[in-house]
Design a protein around this ligand. Structure first.
Ligand code: DC
Length: 233
């Protein structure tokens, strides 16, 4: 088959596993579009916070949200430095959605069926022409179960929390490592135990534990996996 044939690459796994790093690197290398579905749930959480649909205890006004859910448009635009940024109803929210607060909000809104259905609808449109690397929690199981290449990423919770802690510190967030570890474990639990599209490895997904891998080792691993699939389609 032609080397030009485009495929869908689905990358799922736990939070702070480095999914986006590996997905972005592959997308750049092979000229595909990178889609960060976590950013979409974060943007919905931000919308709920801004519109007063989520309170301090993370309770969501589901009646009101159900009336507005189809009006929440999340799109990605590439900035002048070639970096993809998230827009919520036309507004650049890339910075705001990266806080720990938005992450916790995202883990709450992503449990709602109406939110998942609306986001999956948008994700299907983004992938209709293939040539995408999409990362998330349910890409290989629910969004694109027919994806030609599925990868499930994992790493030890302490290692993931340390990576997240370093990132947050670099951004100037004042937070303890224990808090980040607690948040990581809590998010894993929410992701795996929710009824709607829980985090699950698809049977045919390749497993990659990157706890002790160097970035270049990971990049090579995924590039080899991509080339192998491309040769077979
Ligand atoms: O990958 P992330 O940390 O940006 O994801 C934010 C939250 O959204 C996280 O709690 C899991 C959830 N999520 C999801 O339920 N399904 C996806 N496809 C992507 C993210």
């Amino acid at each position: 088959m032609s080397k030009q044939k485009k495929i869908i690459v689905a990358i799922d796994g736990f939070s702070s596993c480095g999914k986006s790093t590996i997905a972005k690197a592959l997308a750049k290398e092979v000229g595909y579009t990178y889609i960060d579905t976590g950013a979409m749930y974060r943007a919905v959480a931000l919308y709920c916070m801004q519109e007063g649909l989520m309170d301090e205890q993370w309770q969501i006004n589901q009646d009101e949200l159900s009336k507005r859910i189809d009006k929440i448009a999340v799109v990605f635009k590439t900035n002048s430095q070639g970096v993809s940024e998230t827009y919520l109803n036309g507004v650049n929210v890339e910075q705001q959605i990266r806080s720990l607060h938005a992450a916790t909000g995202a883990s709450k809104v992503s449990q709602l069926r109406m939110v998942r259905q609306a986001m999956v609808k948008q994700q299907h449109l983004m992938g209709k022409d293939k040539g995408i690397v999409m990362d998330g929690r349910d890409i290989g199981t629910v969004v694109f179960p027919q994806a030609e290449l599925k990868i499930f990423l994992t790493a030890l919770p302490e290692i993931r929390a340390k990576r997240r802690f370093d990132e947050l510190q670099a951004k100037g967030e004042t937070i303890s490592f224990d808090e980040v570890l607690k948040n990581t474990i809590e998010r894993d639990k929410n992701d795996m135990s929710r009824t709607e599209s829980p985090l699950l490895k698809a049977d045919d997904a390749l497993l990659l534990d990157n706890s002790y891998l160097l970035p270049e080792q990971q990049t090579k691993w995924i590039r080899d996996a991509f080339n192998k699939v491309l040769e077979s389609v």
